[in-house]
Design a protein around this ligand. Structure first.
Ligand SMILES: [Cu+2]
Length: 455
């Protein structure tokens, strides 16, 4: 649900000598605020050219209003509380009540006017990453504009020169403001709705945080060692599933404003990267993939025909990025009998754990957690623990979903006889080919045959 902030004061913007095409005596548009962390229904356009709207994983699109032939939006940069998953919240900075900010949608050729009000305790700006804008609208504080001081509102005006998938983020105290979650996606739809049209269009932005277990504020000076790897500032199992109708052509647009690359992998299908933040990839330059690397400060959008029904894992392939806090600095104790040391260590460090020796699935272990901390691997499926966290969700491909139905269809009903199964094996040791315990190396073999040779 979108609640309304109401109109802000307008006196500051009233000017008797308004320049044509600039804000005149009109009120500043409303700044809608979002209080939900779940994926909101697509926002179909009620004015201007038609398009198929995107849906934002655990997010929403920013409503706008028309003022003459300008589309007007209002972003409010402000401190927010964001829930990463049930059981953990963080104090972040974002826009309009959430971090990341709402997805902004417009159409190629649109003239947009974006009001930015700064309710942060320090100056900010907004940079429109990947978009072709006049230099003075590029949002680099000090270089292309004065910083927006706390309590002030600035206006950005530009035309949508090209369609594609872009991002927005501050270019002012960047290290702090991005580490605090200030970012969002900007989708520009093609003027021709038939161009690269799809049935479902998902979008999200990747961010990372370093939040010590039991605390609420990210450590903003961290460079590489993050412990929260998030899609739209959510981690599994807090990330929405992606419901898809069998046979749909699906686009997934992914932005990356973390400090490292993410190889994003989809099970059960192959796809092609069709768009970057530079624009559309010509068909002749596309190739099949099942994993695409999304570099830092970049966007990759891929398209896939959802022709394989089921529940399909969709995740970053760096295994540390599918874990939540506390799993990153532990000793490897594979092969070490651990019960005794676990007991001893836990006395000294109650939040520690040892891994990899009892055959117990990590996701099934119970360990005491500090407040406001998620288990490192979690989530459950119809067969047991999923043992994931971070950048992981499930693409749920089902027959006959309605067009704009994005509700979780529940676990997949596997047709009988299509699930990997256990057999009753009479012996615990499988039969193996008989080979010496240590086979001679090729060099040893050569040495033997050399000895036998007459020189
Ligand atoms: Cu990753």
């Amino acid at each position: 649900m979108i609640s309304r902030r109401g109109f802000l004061g307008t006196a500051a913007l009233v000017s008797a000598t308004a320049v044509s095409g600039r804000v005149q005596a009109a009120a500043i548009p409303e700044a809608p605020i979002m209080d939900k962390v779940t994926m909101q229904p697509p926002l179909h356009p009620t004015s201007g050219p038609d398009y198929r709207p995107v849906v934002t994983l655990n997010g929403w699109s920013l409503p706008w209003r028309m003022n003459g032939d300008w589309k007007e939006y209002h972003l409010v940069a402000e401190p927010v509380v964001r829930e990463f998953a049930e059981g953990m919240k963080a104090f972040l900075w974002g826009y309009n009540g959430q971090s990341p900010g709402p997805t902004i949608e417009a159409v190629e050729g649109d003239k947009v006017r974006i009001f930015v009000t700064n309710k942060l305790p320090e100056p900010t700006t907004v940079h429109w990453h990947g978009m072709i804008v006049p230099s003075g609208m590029d949002g680099v504080g000090g270089l292309s504009q004065p910083h927006i001081k706390p309590g002030k509102t600035f206006v950005y005006e530009f035309e949508m020169k090209k369609s594609g998938t872009f991002m927005y983020h501050p270019h002012s105290d960047e290290m702090v403001q991005m580490a605090m979650g200030m970012m969002g996606m900007f989708v520009v739809h093609p003027r021709d709705p038939a161009f690269r049209s799809v049935d479902r269009d998902f979008v999200f932005i990747m961010s990372s945080y370093d939040v010590d277990p039991g605390t609420y504020i990210p450590k903003v000076t961290e460079m590489t060692n993050f412990n929260m790897w998030a899609w739209n500032s959510r981690v599994f199992p807090g990330i929405d599933p992606m419901p898809v109708r069998l046979g749909d052509r699906v686009r997934v647009r992914i932005g990356n404003l973390t400090m490292t690359n993410h190889p994003i992998h989809l099970h059960g299908h192959s796809f092609s990267v069709t768009c970057t933040d530079g624009g559309w990839v010509p068909e002749s330059a596309q190739w099949p993939e099942t994993t695409t690397d999304v570099p830092v400060g970049a966007v990759r959008a891929f398209e896939v025909i959802a022709d394989n029904p089921g529940d399909w894992a969709f995740h970053c392939h760096k295994s540390h990025h599918t874990m939540n806090a506390m799993g990153h600095d532990l000793r490897t104790l594979i092969g070490v009998p651990k019960q005794a040391i676990a007991k001893a260590v836990k006395k000294l460090a109650p939040d520690s754990m040892v891994m990899g020796s009892t055959g117990m699935a990590m996701g099934e272990m119970e360990m005491p957690l500090p407040d406001n901390t998620l288990p490192m691997m979690t989530g459950s499926g119809q067969f047991g623990a999923i043992e994931m966290g971070g950048m992981f969700t499930v693409v749920k491909i089902r027959e006959g979903l309605a067009r704009d139905d994005y509700r979780d269809p529940g676990p997949y009903k596997f047709p009988a006889g299509t699930v990997a199964y256990e057999i009753d094996a009479p012996v615990s040791e499988p039969a193996r080919q008989k080979t010496p315990a240590t086979a001679p190396s090729p060099a040893e073999k050569r040495g033997k045959s050399m000895k036998g040779m007459k020189m």
